[in-house]
Design a protein around this ligand. Structure first.
Ligand code: DND
Length: 423
């Protein structure tokens, strides 16, 4: 790929893996979808489009926050991405892009097509849809712009309102939109029917590739009683392995294991401790601009010392990522992530466990303060927290101590004093 092409792809904000995959492609198919879950209807339409239109690559783009699904329950993006990745792995022309999952706010096709158009000048773009989705296309954001950016490739779908479809085709053609109707058999499978079957414990095998069916089964997706559950801890770990540096990832795993050990020692919930340990640095290591933009997106206040040292709010942002991106609802876990560096007055046992685990986990260097907190941690959890907070306060570099740490320290010392006076 020429350097200038590489740069324009990077400038358009495309993930690195897309940059590599699109190199040299001249005819690019785009299969956008919620993919909750992906199934053989999607795959058959994409493969027909690839063959009929001689596409070099078909990008599958799981929607991040789809406009027509607002307020409806949605499987977390990380799991929809993984299912799409599994489903397409055996086809060398298929590639899954994170472009919409990584984008903030509601995701619109027009933004994706603009990003691809500016990233890949001189290529032809073909947006692949089912007839039902296409029958609605005039309601999409900036519909007339869409037709200038890409040709539309439409796969037949049972149950589509034929009259409406015909009218839409005529209107789009009148706007100089290019439409290609695919010559492929209509496949009567829908994501909602798959969800329904999985919810009732019926098989979804042969309706979606085996590895996707296995994934749905393994993670017990779509079962009614699982609706409010979060992405499993080990699945979050796999995702973080791709987003954190090797060193931070080792630290993350080590905090999770240490937090679970301390939870067992002090009678806190071990599973929650492990989960909070995995999540505690989810936002750590993000560049300041990304951290601040996530903070704004999730309504985390940026004031005082945080404005001076954004990394101080990585706990708050990490907790919001845990809630919004991984579906974690347990408030104790979210608080443990939120306050793991600063502490706060009135911390729960789980919050203390995670703060201490972060301070002493075995990959931390054997500094004097770490050794001392480690010693407290074996017999006296509060003592370990106070010792760790004392160190944070003493370290107060550039006056950037978070006020919560001082408040947490005073609260704990006062509580212990009054408990002693009472006995
Ligand atoms: P869906 O939620 O319908 O995805 O979204 C399809 C695409 O439209 C996504 O890229 C959305 O971002 C985009 N969209 C929708 C609404 C508004 C806007 C954009 C906007 O920008 O304003 P599904 O996972 O349900 O389905 C994915 C695609 O596969 C759809 O085109 C669907 O019609 C098609 N499909 C089938 N095609 C043939 N045979 C089958 C199919 N099942 C689904 N059995």
């Amino acid at each position: 790929m020429k350097k200038s092409n590489e740069e324009s792809i990077k400038k358009a904000g495309l993930p690195e893996t897309d940059t590599v995959r699109l190199a040299g492609a001249k005819r690019i198919g785009i299969m956008g979808g919620t993919f909750d879950p992906i199934h053989n209807g999607h795959l058959a339409a994409a493969e027909s489009a690839r063959a009929e239109l001689r596409l070099d690559v078909v990008l599958f783009i799981p929607a991040g926050n789809p406009v027509f699904k607002q307020g409806k329950p949605l499987t977390p993006g990380a799991l929809r991405f993984e299912m799409t990745r599994l489903a397409t792995a055996s086809n060398p022309a298929f590639h899954v892009s994170r472009i919409e999952l990584d984008r903030e706010g509601v995701t619109y096709t027009v933004d994706t097509l603009r990003a691809l158009r500016s990233a890949c000048p001189g290529t032809q773009l073909f947006f692949i849809t089912g007839a039902d989705a296409f029958a609605d296309v005039l309601r999409w954001r900036e519909a007339s712009a869409l037709f200038k950016l890409a040709a539309f490739v439409v796969a037949g779908r049972p149950g589509t309102d034929r009259k409406q479809l015909k009218e839409v085709i005529a209107k789009v053609r009148a706007m100089n939109g290019r439409i290609k109707m695919l010559d492929c058999p209509a496949v009567d499978i829908s994501s909602s029917s798959l969800r329904g079957r999985a919810a009732s414990g019926l098989p979804v095998r042969y309706l979606t590739p085996d590895n996707v069916a296995g994934f749905i089964e393994e993670h017990r997706l779509y079962l009614k009683e699982r609706r409010n559950e979060h992405v499993p801890a080990d699945e979050i770990l796999k995702i973080l392995r791709n987003t954190q540096s090797a060193k931070r990832f080792e630290h993350t795993k080590s905090v999770a294991v240490e937090a679970r050990r301390l939870a067992a020692l002090y009678g806190a919930d071990e599973e929650n401790a492990y989960l909070a340990g995995i999540l505690h640095d989810a936002a750590r290591g993000l560049p300041d601009d990304k951290l601040l933009s996530k903070a704004r997106r999730y309504g985390v206040e940026i004031n005082g010392v945080a404005a001076k040292r954004p990394s101080l709010i990585h706990g708050l942002v990490g907790a919001e990522m845990a809630r919004h991106e991984f579906g974690v609802r347990n408030q104790d876990v979210l608080n443990a992530v939120m306050y793991h560096t600063t502490g706060r007055p009135g911390m729960s046992k789980l919050e203390k466990v995670v703060l201490v685990a972060d301070y002493i986990e075995p990959t931390r260097p054997d500094r004097e303060d770490v050794i001392s907190v480690r010693a407290f941690a074996e017999t006296d959890l509060d003592g370990a927290v106070i010792r760790a907070l004392t160190e944070k306060i003493a370290f107060n570099r550039d006056n950037s101590l978070h006020p919560l740490s001082q408040q947490a320290y005073e609260y704990m010392v006062d509580t212990i004093k009054s408990e002693k006076e009472d006995t």
